[in-house]
Design a protein around this ligand. Structure first.
Ligand code: RP5
Length: 263
């Protein structure tokens, strides 16, 4: 399924930057979300495309706006006859929202409670993502097809999470030149150490940037940093986010000192 913009984590520190659209799975579809089936999935499996728009923030996606402009319409209405003016280019963040730049994939839907945090982090930085269940062991052909096609579809970063014998991130990394971020998903046994070692111990030449066990939020933030290295608005959001973290630590420091009554 494709998540045009991803859910926010309400309890976590957030960037001040507005999230243009929100969707949350598996609670989706929400009232404002449009859900279509049978489209978008490279594997042809889940094939759910989810587009969510945050009510008043903007009417219509940037892509719709561009299509309307090309057709001489504005939000579906015929444009009034007037001399055409050159249109200002769409802000990069709007373009980010029209097609996913990050793929968040996982070995099973049982990984979603862990992996959801990656999509939430991406949403905080206004980066559209797609979500796909792909298994290195149960759907190897679909996994390889996905990995080979990802870069050509405009994906810039792949976040891959898996648990146990967690071969998904490494196998995807073997068939793409995109950066792959691995998320070790903790399962019932071994506390995720099996997942961590399966993902992090990659052979030389095929790197997977492995985050901590269950560290999907950091995977999302790392993906934002990769996107932000060439996208000024995302970089600005990351800078604001870092400042918020700094302020949060300062506030905690003040509260703690007051509580223990240091001189
Ligand atoms: C892995 O097997 C998945 O990534 C998941 O973490 C684990 C268990 O999968 P299910 O049995 O819950 O589908 O491939």
């Amino acid at each position: 399924m494709t998540v045009r913009a991803c859910a926010r984590a309400p309890a976590r520190p957030r960037s001040r930057a507005p999230v243009r659209a929100c969707a949350r799975a598996p609670a989706l579809p929400r009232s404002r979300a449009r859900v279509r089936t049978g489209a978008g999935a490279i594997s042809g499996g889940i094939a759910q495309k989810i587009t969510a728009q945050k009510g008043t923030a903007q009417k219509g996606t940037a892509q719709e706006a561009m299509t309307s402009a090309q057709k001489g319409t504005v939000h579906g209405r015929a444009a009034r006859a007037r001399p055409s003016r050159p249109r200002a280019p769409l802000p990069p963040t709007l373009n980010l929202m029209t097609s996913p730049l990050v793929a968040v994939v996982m070995g099973s839907d049982s990984d979603w409670p862990t992996m959801q945090a990656a999509t939430e982090a991406l949403a905080e930085f206004g980066i559209a993502c797609e979500v796909e269940v792909l298994s290195a062991h149960r759907t190897p052909d679909a996994m390889i097809a996905f990995g080979r096609a990802a870069a050509g579809r405009g994906i810039r970063v792949i976040i891959a999470g898996a648990g146990g014998a967690a071969h998904l991130p490494g196998m995807i990394a073997s068939v793409t030149t995109l950066p792959v971020i691995g998320v070790p998903v903790p399962l019932k046994h071994l506390d995720g150490m099996d997942s961590l070692l399966s993902i992090v111990q990659m052979p030389a030449g095929i790197p997977v940037a492995t985050v901590s066990i269950g560290g999907a939020r950091n995977a999302g933030i790392l993906a934002a940093r990769i996107i932000g290295s060439t996208d000024a608005p995302v970089a600005a959001r990351l800078t604001a986010f870092a400042a918020e973290l700094e302020q949060a630590v300062a506030a905690k420091n003040a509260v703690l000192k007051a509580a223990i009554q240091q001189p």
